[in-house]
Design a binder for this molecule. Structure first.
Ligand code: ZN
Length: 276
């Protein structure tokens, strides 16, 4: 049908989604593919001249959605907690340099202490971080991670916990990044999305799919439509509560990283139009 509009104006790719590509390649190829939203992972910025990266982004009309990632606050060792905080300060500087308005926080978890203790340290870390972020004009988004990561990557595992933390901190600059991969199973998802949006805390929306079976905890994520997540429904909940930001495709997949990345981007575009 001629009336089908191929609108990619709200599509954003995470550079990690096309991991084989460096930052320059991502910018050139996303632009050529008609995609102008980009979330930068910090690995692609290592040893780069950030003002040059920013110029390249600007020259190609790229809209930087966020910087991934800050966080990893908890540790039993105070010196390590300080080191993590220092790294988050660097992330703020990088965000400013590349024009990223938001830093996504993967909050961290320490296996040698309770989840409660880790959450205390996460809260403390964000409370120390956000005034600097605010001053720099950068927002922070707490991303709840699926409970399978509670032992190492994040002690914040539900949108309810993330909402509660953002509400406790109560700063306009601290909100939540919602990733369907991490929250799709949650029976409270719809009501917690409503709560999150009502507080003005819904800062980002990430999509991919949960493959059945999933063969790797980290790097076997699916393209939208390949798994069991009802992404259109979650998107509807998010948008009916006022979210109109970028739809960020964030897929960690050894299988897709092994493919021709140009063809893969075309598959992403198709899945974005038809399965998201
Ligand atoms: Zn995510």
């Amino acid at each position: 049908m001629a009336s089908i509009l191929k609108d990619f104006s709200r599509l954003c790719l995470h550079t990690m989604t096309t991991r084989p590509w460096g930052i320059e390649t991502c910018i050139l190829n996303y632009h050529a593919a008609g995609i102008h939203g980009i979330t930068l992972w910090r690995n692609v910025l290592e040893n780069k001249n950030l003002s040059r990266v920013r110029t390249l982004l600007d020259d190609h009309g790229m809209h930087v959605v966020s910087l991934c990632r800050g966080g990893f606050f908890p540790s039993t060792d105070a010196a390590k907690r300080q080191k993590a905080l220092d790294d988050n300060y660097v992330a703020i500087e990088q965000a400013v340099a590349v024009g990223a308005p938001l830093i996504v926080l993967v909050c961290g978890s320490e296996k040698d202490q309770s989840l409660e203790k880790s959450r205390e340290q996460i809260l403390e870390g964000i409370v120390r971080l956000y005034p600097l972020a605010e001053k720099a004009g950068v927002k922070l988004a707490i991303e709840p991670l699926h409970p399978m990561y509670a032992g190492d990557r994040s002690a914040v595992n539900t949108i309810r916990q993330a909402n509660a933390m953002a509400e406790t901190i109560h700063a306009g600059s601290v909100g939540v990044a919602l990733d369907v991969y991490h929250v799709w199973w949650d029976p409270d998802l719809e009501s917690e999305i409503k709560r999150c949006a009502a507080q003005g805390h819904l800062f980002a929306f990430h999509v991919c799919d949960w493959k059945v079976p999933t063969t790797d905890f980290l790097n076997d994520r699916g393209l939208m439509g390949e798994g069991c997540i009802n992404i259109p429904l979650i998107r509807e909940w998010v948008e009916s509560n006022g979210f109109n930001g970028f739809i960020e495709v964030e897929i960690f997949s050894e299988a897709y990283w092994a493919e021709d990345q140009h063809r893969y981007v075309e598959k992403i575009k198709d899945a974005y139009l038809t399965k998201t």
